[in-house]
Write a protein that binds this ligand. Sequence first.
Ligand SMILES: O[C@H]1[C@H](O)[C@@H](O)[C@H](O)[C@@H](O)[C@H]1O
Ligand SMILES: [Fe+2]
Ligand SMILES: [Fe+2]
Length: 316
Amino acid sequence: MSVAVQQPVSAFRTDRDGLALEEMVDEIEHINILKDQAKKELEKSMAEASEFDAEKDKTKFRQYEDASDRVKNFYKEQHTKQTVAYNLKARNAFRSKTRAEMTIWEAIEKLNTLIDESDPDTELSQIEHLLQSAEAIRRDGKPRWMQLTGLIHDLGKLLFFFDAEGQWDVVGDTFVVGCAFDDRIIYGNKSFKENLDYNDPIYSTKNGIYTPGCGLDNIMLSWGHDEYLYHVVKDQSTLPKEALAMIRFHSFYPWHNAGAYHEFMGPGDEAQLAAVKAFNPYDLYSKSDEKPSVEKLKGYYLDLISEYFPKQPIRW
Ligand SMILES: O[C@H]1[C@H](O)[C@@H](O)[C@H](O)[C@@H](O)[C@H]1O
Ligand SMILES: [Fe+2]
Ligand SMILES: [Fe+2]
């Protein structure tokens, strides 16, 4: 046995001891496969129905008619200023430089000073909202990549500290620019009356610059934290495509919640919709959960971060 171990690997295939060793290697591989399978079975699938939001009173969330002036003023400004021209400019600015280098955890801490003016449902800080979302996903036994997605999904709000002109190009629900503003957007189509594109001869038509079936990757959503983080994460993590869809479209309520813009969907978009719908309850209804303890949870999430972000710091 000891003689065989010192020989080159190829020799194991010919002598008796080598064969035994090869069998042992096979056996270990087999055990590892079984372990992985068992782990997977413990994890519920992304879309498996959960009890998480069953006892939440859903009429208590996203009540925009009863919202404060802060929220109403926010949407008035956002709907006036998100034009095609602004969106092209913002995307160019994004591609032209790296704004900062930070680890994911540093980004979470930096974001913590922002209070989101568009949100009628939480007064908690962003770190608490991120941990609440991640913890709700974790408690429900969902996959580790989805827990991490919960933890980072709003980190795009860091834009506020870089190139943003205000909060109107960072937070809030998203919608399509370049075609008629849909009535299912918060506060409806009339909320866009002062937007320069509202009376544009092309942008104000039903399909605008798009063709039905062109696919969500080919439509331009109002610029903000979703689109920004999607690009950062796509290039620098090993998160699966479902996670990327959750990040990119989580604020696109007119689409994933109200059924607008489905005519633009193309191949693969049904799967993106399923992912976003599976994620949404954890983002929205965890806002009423208990305040999480950052200190207690930090260790668990640092491990999770390094699993999917192999190279830190991240280029923001
Ligand atoms: O006010 C909220 C908040 O800004 C969220 O981060 C965003 O994802 C939602 O769509 C929006 O309604
Ligand atoms: Fe968000
Ligand atoms: Fe969120």
